[in-house]
Design a protein around this ligand. Structure first.
Ligand code: F6R
Length: 252
């Protein structure tokens, strides 16, 4: 696992966008795993700038991590809508190859199974981008998360629903359930790139990198993956112990 602490969130976004762009330049037909959320927005803004300067998304296939159950692709709170607004509609990505689970599918469990099969049929994910929840979630794998889990329907934690309230109009309740790639789905990607910014993520970052590998911190499962890059800004890295320092003070 490679952990990089960048000097600030802007440089972190530049670095992440640079890695995604480098992947697409090296392999224009890459399968990317994409995330939504506030951490990703500035990264997509930089990718759009790179597109205007010549980067093509035309041959990319993408699979997003998750979608809210009950929301159709045009719902303002849906991740379909976020992705269209933040990236897809502003570049030359082929909409037919940009995939998210359908939150409005009549049978959400069957939709999750279909989604998992579609990822496998595309040959798996080359580069999976991840944000980090304040409770250590990746995708919407809330703690405790089964490390063997595949795409499925999950119930969102109250803290996650509260954190995401800002993305919904006041009159619209935040959905209680989502379809998410599972932990094992995420770990099947050939390279994982996790981004965390801001002090609100500091405890989750410390648990992910320095706590036990446990379902109680779903992101800690990434330590079992052979190729993970973690990008942090200084506030997100602020609860990390210096190398060699033990987790708890020695007993008196
Ligand atoms: C989003 C996702 C989530 C977010 C995480 C961080 O598709 O799967 O795991 O990455 O909740 O969200 P932000 O970046 O809004 O803090």
């Amino acid at each position: 696992m490679q952990v990089l602490i960048l000097t600030d969130a802007a440089r972190l976004s530049n670095h992440a966008a640079g890695q995604i762009a480098a992947q697409l330049r090296a392999q224009p037909g890459s399968v990317l795993g994409l995330a939504t959320g506030a951490t990703m927005a500035p990264v997509y803004a930089r990718l759009i700038a790179a597109h205007r300067a010549g980067l093509s998304f035309a041959r990319m296939t993408s699979f997003n991590l998750d979608e809210y159950v009950g929301l159709g692709p045009h719902d303002p709170g849906s991740y379909h809508r976020q992705m269209r607004d933040m990236l897809f509609a502003q570049c030359d990505a082929d909409p037919a190859r940009c995939h998210l689970p359908r939150g409005d599918a009549p049978d959400p469990e069957a939709e999750a199974n279909r989604y998992e099969a579609a990822i496998a049929a595309a040959g798996g994910v080359d580069l999976q981008v991840l944000g980090l929840g304040q409770n250590g979630h990746i995708g919407f794998n809330e703690p405790p998360a089964d490390p063997g889990s595949r795409s499925r329907v999950v119930t969102l934690a109250a803290t996650t629903r509260a954190a995401n309230r800002r993305h919904f109009p006041a009159a619209q309740p935040v959905p209680r359930r989502a379809i998410t790639m599972g932990i094992a789905t995420i770990l099947s990607a050939r390279h994982c790139l996790l981004l965390a910014t801001g002090a609100a993520k500091a405890q989750a970052v410390a648990a992910m990198l320095q706590g036990p590998v446990t379902p109680d911190c779903p992101a800690s499962a990434l330590r079992r993956h052979p190729r993970v890059t973690v990008l942090l800004d200084p506030p997100a890295a602020s609860a990390l112990r210096p190398p060699g320092q033990s987790a708890a003070p020695p007993a008196a």
